[in-house]
Design a protein. Structure first.
Length: 274
């Protein structure tokens, strides 16, 4: 969607309109279709990836189990269950849920589908940027929010443009990893944490982002909530906080280039304006 905000042109990639309400179905389907057909699927998620895996599994006629942290927003939890998956609330963080999912996969032989640190998942997410580049070839910068880095890494591979990775100030696994030169544990404290709350960036996404010299930008919770509200006020786009993170950076003048493509990544929330 081509738009103008504050007199400046911008392109919005409306992934919140994707089936399951986020880009995540791309990677989930690619992971399930990219190898031998499994008998059962298991994953961990803050919500959006779990809903995507649950939906992909249902489309393929497979049972699925999704581990989520106990803090998962109810809007995401109920949608995962409505998609037919078994929902297991476990631990206070995504990391704890992810460890439990790995244990379940080891015990049962189910296919474990990581949320971001897996080649097929990253490749699937990269189709988002590939579509945007094809539809808007004059775009000179791709801007994405990041949790574990799967979408950001896919955008590097699929978009053929410089990538700006945007995170909340206190939910910054990519930023801290690039600063340290290796993945490290990062804080998880943001209104966008249910979507961007990975404690540590994935090893493979990190290598892709570092090799591409991707830029890292931070925004405050106040900035991202203001950007979320502007998406509603100006375009009637109702999205979750994480989806407004790229716009927050762009509005603050932290994105280079003449025509940026901002990925509006998801809308799985009980939405109300601030």
């Amino acid at each position: 969607m081509r738009a103008e905000i504050d007199g400046r042109p911008v392109v919005l990639k409306l992934e919140h309109l994707q089936r399951t309400g986020s880009f995540k179905l791309r990677g989930a389907l690619n992971a399930l279709l990219g190898g031998e057909r499994p008998t059962h699927v298991v994953t961990a998620s803050g919500g959006n990836h779990g809903l995507a895996v649950a939906t992909a599994a249902r489309l393929l006629g497979l049972p699925a189990t999704v581990f989520v942290p106990e803090s998962v927003p109810e809007a995401k939890a109920r949608r995962i269950e409505a998609a037919g998956a078994k929902l297991v609330r476990h631990g206070a963080t995504y990391g704890a849920a992810a460890a439990a999912a790995l244990g379940e996969a080891a015990d049962t032989g189910a296919l474990h589908v990581p949320a971001f640190d897996q080649p097929l998942v990253i490749a699937g997410q990269g189709t988002c940027a590939a579509e945007a580049a094809e539809d808007a070839p004059d775009v000179d910068t791709m801007v994405v929010a990041a949790g574990g880095g799967g979408l950001a890494a896919g955008t590097v591979l699929g978009g053929g443009r410089p990538v700006v990775v945007v995170e909340p100030e206190n939910c910054r696994s990519v930023h801290d990893a690039l600063a340290a030169g290796t993945p490290v544990d990062a804080p998880v404290e943001s209104v966008a944490a249910s979507a961007l709350g990975a404690t540590r960036v994935g090893a493979l996404p990190f290598e892709i982002l570092r090799a591409a010299d991707a830029s890292s930008v931070l925004v405050s919770d106040a900035e991202l909530l203001s950007a979320r509200d502007r998406l509603w006020e100006e375009f009637r786009l109702a999205v979750e906080p994480a989806a407004a993170v790229p716009l927050a950076a762009w509005l603050a003048g932290r994105v280079p280039g003449e025509l940026a493509c901002l990925v509006v990544c998801g809308a799985n929330t009980d939405w109300t304006p601030a």
